[in-house]
Write a protein that binds this ligand. Sequence first.
Ligand code: C2O
Ligand code: CU
Ligand code: CU
Length: 526
Amino acid sequence: MVPKQAARRRFLRQGMAAAMAAAMPPGLLAANGSLQPRANPNFNADVELAFVARNGLARILPQGPLTAVQTFRAQLLKGPNSVLTELPDNYLGPILHLQRGQKVRIHFRNELSEPSIMHWHGLHVPQISDGHPMYTVAGGETFVYEFEVLNRAGTSFYHSHAHNLTAEQVYRGLAGLIKVSDAEEARLDLPAGEYDIPVVIQDRRFDRQNQLRYVQGMHERMLGLMGDAVLVNGRPDAIFTVKTRAYRARVVNGSNARIYKLAWNDGSRLWAIGSDAGLLPAPVSKPYIMLAPGERVELWLDFSGRALGEELTLLSLPFSGAAPAMGGGMMGGPAQGAPLRIACFKMGERVGDSPRMPERLADFRRLTERDADNASAPLPIGLSMAPMSARINGRTFAMDKVDEFERVALGSVKKIRIFHDHARRGGMGGMGSMGMSRMLETAHPIHLHGHQFQVLSRTADHADAGAYASVKDGFIDSGWKDTVLVMPGESVDVIKPFPDYKGLFLYHCHNLEHEDLGMMRQYLVE
Ligand code: C2O
Ligand code: CU
Ligand code: CU
């Protein structure tokens, strides 16, 4: 980096620090510690990586011109070769495979012509390494992340979290899968190697020249991007040629706004063994699984006994109620809840032997209300939409703002209630009304940074019980989570520990268009 940029960056950071000092309680800056993103010589990294974000061209559609994308590329500087696996010919970044307990240093360099920053969605890391948008760096600049992998074994993903640009940058390709392994998982002897498959689901839309088209206009932005092409691992019309045995599939919803209702075309049930960033206590069988943007589900796919050449299709079944009643004319791809094909699994080889699904998976304690210190006064996350704005507790995101109740004591365990807040008038000025707010009610996948949470309960009070019935059997709430889908009419109570890191931790809607519209706030852990 040239010294001038370094000086400018320091100036910007000090400016940011000064702005926060003015608006925030004292103590925040102490929590931030040094804002300098430099390698710490006392941090002995087991794994060291260089990541860049850059513009590129990728083969996404089978024919015609290549597609202009933004993409993460990485290089291993230190650590085992297994840390990085490239998806073949792909606009997604490489798969990052970490072990619990590893110390990781990542040098990120932004080679785009616009600001960017990386976030490790699902990993529980210190604030300065969490990719908070305050750390967004300009093109040509670098940022150094250092963290220890505290997570249990599970599936997460990294993506851009650039201030006001998250949705469009993720859409253009700035995302990749993270696997974490640990000793508890190793004892389970789950399908590994070629039998451990990534399934990153994204919807995109292309113009006639094969170029990505992003949302246009406020109406589309409020619905969130609805693509007409379903990509799996960066390509349309995914076909997996498999053996007649068990697989572990790591399914990530990496779409901006689309929710999937995953199911097999032949009606057989799905078996889940993991949710966001972790294995479940025990496998769960479901007729279908709801997977909202930011959520992950690990599936146990058992093709044992199937005939050679047989095909099974993973679908997204139709569901209703997730988009606002005012949604109106479809401008993008199929509407939220429309049926889609996700991927085809074709039996390519008969094998006699298959591992059995373990009966028990991860061993952890289920938290109850009694573990929270605020059971009778949960922290509110009240969601409201109004034309031009998406809000939490009536407010939009501000880098330097924390409400009094968003200040959380380090070491505390909080109950948090996520609900639709009809009393808010949003950004509608005098036109605001409860009726309008209800008409705009939509599904929101709510993501909390920092330590994972557990779902305590869901309450649905909706007039439109039929719509809710089309999704309600598809939630997997028995594990640790970092993102939870809150359907219209629904209120969800979660419990979240704030055990070890001070500082600012975001919470936001993972409909990325909603996030960029301001449906994001932060906790100050102090
Ligand atoms: Cu996956 Cu704050 O985001
Ligand atoms: Cu995140
Ligand atoms: Cu939302």
